[in-house]
Design a protein around this ligand. Structure first.
Ligand code: TV7
Ligand code: CA
Ligand code: ZN
Length: 393
């Protein structure tokens, strides 16, 4: 029998105000836009809405190196230092730090070719992203929710001592570490168009977390890891699953492959809880990714995982055509509470002017070739099934 699930949702009004810089593609405003649609379409009525808190330094240091976290927490942008100096505020600490700033920046991945710029409030932003994912885990642990959503989370690239690929603090790893305090086996799924390298790496040698990432792969696509044969090491051997794909993946082939792989994974791994990173840069018309999924196709992956009746933490991730990201995550919030979002974008939405096609929630896909042949996809699936046979044994 299908019982109604208790769905929790984490949000903080502040998160949308952080800014990676004018030209940067990562725009936290998409989280606020998502929230506006959730409110505007009335979905919030079926959610337990929680205000996200900032994760503490101790919580963040469960995964990250102390010196890295200290650096992030003390980070002040050079423009802000200039501003303070100009206004006669000489704070010795800042000047001291500024001396070896460029060395440290390099060491910690800040500013390297602009993927992870230093920006004002980057630490608080990361604390908010992480606080939501930690508390989502706690609600699941305390049986206070069946599903817990944090669209501000999902920053899967951050490394132990280094910012990477738009990510400073790995909220996902920290969320999973919380879950591991109680649950024997955690399954991590990642449908962001990029490989979930930071999470995979953190749990590469354990069988208590299985990581499964679907991603675009090849022709120098970032980050370049996640080949079919990267499968874990030591006790973790076979507990990392990678599904590397070529551009142009469409709903039909993606959803079929997703269901086949995840059905087998659920059968052999039988996780106690699932953490699902639902990066929306796998949608058609993304500014970075080259997949061709519709919002409905993307959402079918989530619906499929709901069907296993295992507690679910749902996180955001990438997504660079922000009007589509907010549409997608609002629609998926609806899926999780079994409510369909009807009608055009509400006219009183504060971000209404940003939507080009204001009359619809669902936007068309592209007319492009799917570079993944049926044969390619069958081969990938076959290889993964072979790997999963060894997990079963
Ligand atoms: C989870 N792709 C994160 C995805 C991280 C992708 C990359 C950019 C990019 C950054 C910009 C920018 C960009 C047009 C796109 C090899 C480089 C090439 C930076 C200019 N425009 C997630 C990271 C990826 C930053 N990085 O999975 C500021 O594209 O490919 C790379 C590395 C070196 C750095 N340069 C790009 O979705 C949240 N970056 C414009 C301004
Ligand atoms: Ca992925
Ligand atoms: Zn991505």
């Amino acid at each position: 029998m299908e019982t109604k699930k208790k769905v929790a949702y984490f949000y903080n009004n502040e998160i949308g105000n952080y800014n990676y810089g004018k030209l940067h593609l990562m725009n936290p405003k998409r989280i606020s836009m998502t929230h506006s649609l959730i409110v505007g379409y009335g979905v919030y009525k079926d959610l337990d809405v929680y205000t996200t808190r900032e994760a503490t330094k101790e919580e963040i240091m469960q995964f990250h190196d102390q010196d890295y976290v200290e650096y992030l927490s003390n980070y002040v942008s050079s423009s802000k230092i200039d501003f303070l100096k100009k206004n006669g505020c000489s704070i010795p600490l800042i000047d001291e730090d500024a001396k070896n700033d460029s060395d440290k920046k390099k060491q910690y991945g800040i500013d390297v070719q602009a993927d992870c710029p230093g920006f004002d409030g980057l630490y608080t932003f990361s604390q908010l992203s992480t606080g939501g994912s930690i508390d989502a885990a706690h609600l699941i642990i305390n049986n206070a929710a069946d599903i817990a959503i944090n669209w501000g989370g999902g920053l899967h690239h951050a490394k132990k001592g280094e910012a990477y690929g738009f990510c400073y603090v790995n909220d996902i790893v920290i969320c999973i570490l919380e879950l591991l305090k109680v649950f024997p086996r955690v399954l991590y799924i990642d449908i962001d168009v990029h490989h979930g390298d930071g999470v995979e790496e953190a749990f590469y040698t354990t069988n208590r977390v299985m990581t499964v990432s679907f991603h675009e792969f090849g022709e120098d696509f970032f980050p370049g890891t996640g080949g079919l044969n990267s499968n874990g090491e030591g006790l973790g051997k076979n507990y990392a699953v990678n599904v590397p794909l070529r551009p142009g993946m469409d709903d039909e082939s993606y959803v079929q492959l997703f269901k086949n792989v995840m059905n087998k994974v659920m059968e052999v791994y039988r996780p106690d809880v699932v953490v699902f990173q639902t990066g929306a840069d796998s949608l058609a018309n993304d500014k970075i990714g080259h997949f061709n999924l519709s919002i409905k196709g993307h959402g079918q992956c989530l619906t499929y995982m709901m069907g296993f009746n295992v507690p679910l933490v749902v996180l955001g991730g990438g997504g660079y055509t922000i009007q589509n990201v907010s549409r997608c995550w609002a629609f998926e919030t609806g899926l999780l509470v079994k409510k369909s979002l009807n009608g055009p974008i509400p006219v009183d939405d504060p971000f209404f002017h940003l939507y080009e096609k204001q009359n619809v929630l669902h936007v068309p896909i592209q007319q492009v070739e799917n570079k993944n042949s049926k044969e390619d996809l069958n081969k990938i699936q076959e290889e993964i099934f072979k790997q999963l046979k060894d997990v079963e044994a």
